[in-house]
Design a protein around this ligand. Structure first.
Ligand code: LMR
Length: 336
């Protein structure tokens, strides 16, 4: 009777390999982004990967691809829509091509005085309504993550708007940013983030705008000479996921991932300011880019030239949306 016993043993070991007890391979989420790991977004994405593994008991594996390793700005949105990646956190200035122009309200110069103003929008009903609009595009908006306030930088000194006249400035793909540069007499050039260092180095552009963290971690301070702390606009992110993928997840896993996202959002928004402060010190310490703090008078000159962009862009961004932001932040465009 040796034969049946052998057969039984074989059947049991095959069962052990394929049966209900066998460890299921994890569900993989590819999370692509364009900045360095050592930035507010990079750190929050890595933290999300860690917490997703912990909270789901390794049932979900988040693979983070930083620094445009997989895709550049425009390509990553296409990749998300076709499901080649599942998660992204593009800057709010990059949603126009998806057809949701409301996101460009975040690019309006000086519309947010500080992070508190901004959070009344991103953490409140206005932000939720904007994220909701993505669903018609096959995308779910999970959260807003902070970076910080942008300043102008260039290969020559800037103290007044006149210093930017006729110069080529790299921008993200936002029509509001295009108008912002035109309002200063500068020439906007849309370009992927991954190409900015080289464009500055070779003189394809004369300058750019970004929060210190992005400038420093891409070493832009090595290929330009002057930074003026205009802090004229906000740069932050929406974390987005492919809707079909998200809706197809088992509900308990989705809940655990939502929890991981909530904790990552808290982290991103807690570290953003200090990461930018640290990067600014790094730029200063390098001695390669001079940092200029404009006087109140000089700041006002930029504001006067840039705030009218709100009116010019009403047609694109939505007059009601702009008004509702003014209401919650208390910003008064006519008080300048
Ligand atoms: C940029 O293109 O300058 C930024 O959007 C990069 C980023 O993701 O912070």
């Amino acid at each position: 009777m040796k034969f049946p016993v052998l057969m039984l043993g074989l059947a049991l070991s095959i069962g052990a390999l394929t049966g209900a007890d066998a460890a299921e391979p994890p569900i993989v989420i590819k999370f692509s982004h364009v900045v360095a790991a050592d930035t507010p977004k990079g750190k929050a994405a890595d933290f999300f990967a860690k917490r997703a593994a912990e909270l789901t008991g390794d049932k979900v594996k988040v693979e983070v691809y930083p620094n445009s390793a997989l895709y550049k700005d425009k390509e990553e949105l296409e990749a998300l829509q076709i499901g080649a990646v599942q998660m992204l956190a593009p800057s709010l200035a990059k949603f126009g091509p998806l057809g949701v122009k409301d996101f460009e309200a975040f690019d309006l110069p000086y519309i947010f005085g500080d992070y508190d103003d901004l959070h009344t929008v991103t953490q409140g009903p206005i932000g939720a309504a904007i994220l909701k609009k993505l669903e018609a595009k096959g995308i779910v908006g999970l959260a807003f993550w902070d970076n910080g306030f942008k300043s102008f930088s260039a290969k020559s000194p800037i103290k007044t708007p006149a210093d930017m006249k006729g110069k080529k400035f790299r921008i993200q793909s936002s029509k509001v940013l295009e108008e912002q540069m035109r309002a200063l007499g500068a020439l906007p050039q849309v370009m992927a983030f991954s190409e900015v260092y080289q464009a500055l180095d070779t003189g394809v552009v004369d300058g750019t705008e970004n929060p210190p963290s992005n400038m420093f971690t891409q070493k832009m301070h090595e290929v330009q000479s002057n930074l003026i702390m205009t802090q004229h606009g906000y740069l932050g992110y929406a974390v987005i996921v492919n809707k079909k993928f998200w809706d197809g997840l088992p509900a308990p896993l989705r809940g655990q991932l939502e929890q991981a996202m909530k904790e990552s959002t808290d982290l991103a928004n807690r570290i953003a300011q200090e990461e930018n402060d640290r990067a600014l010190e790094g730029i200063r310490a390098s001695g390669k880019t001079a940092i200029y703090e404009p006087t109140a008078q000089e700041k006002l000159a930029f504001k006067k030239q840039l705030v009218p962009v709100h009116k010019t862009m009403e047609g694109r961004v939505g007059k009601d949306l702009i008004q509702s932001i003014y209401e919650v932040t208390g910003f008064k465009p006519d008080s300048l």
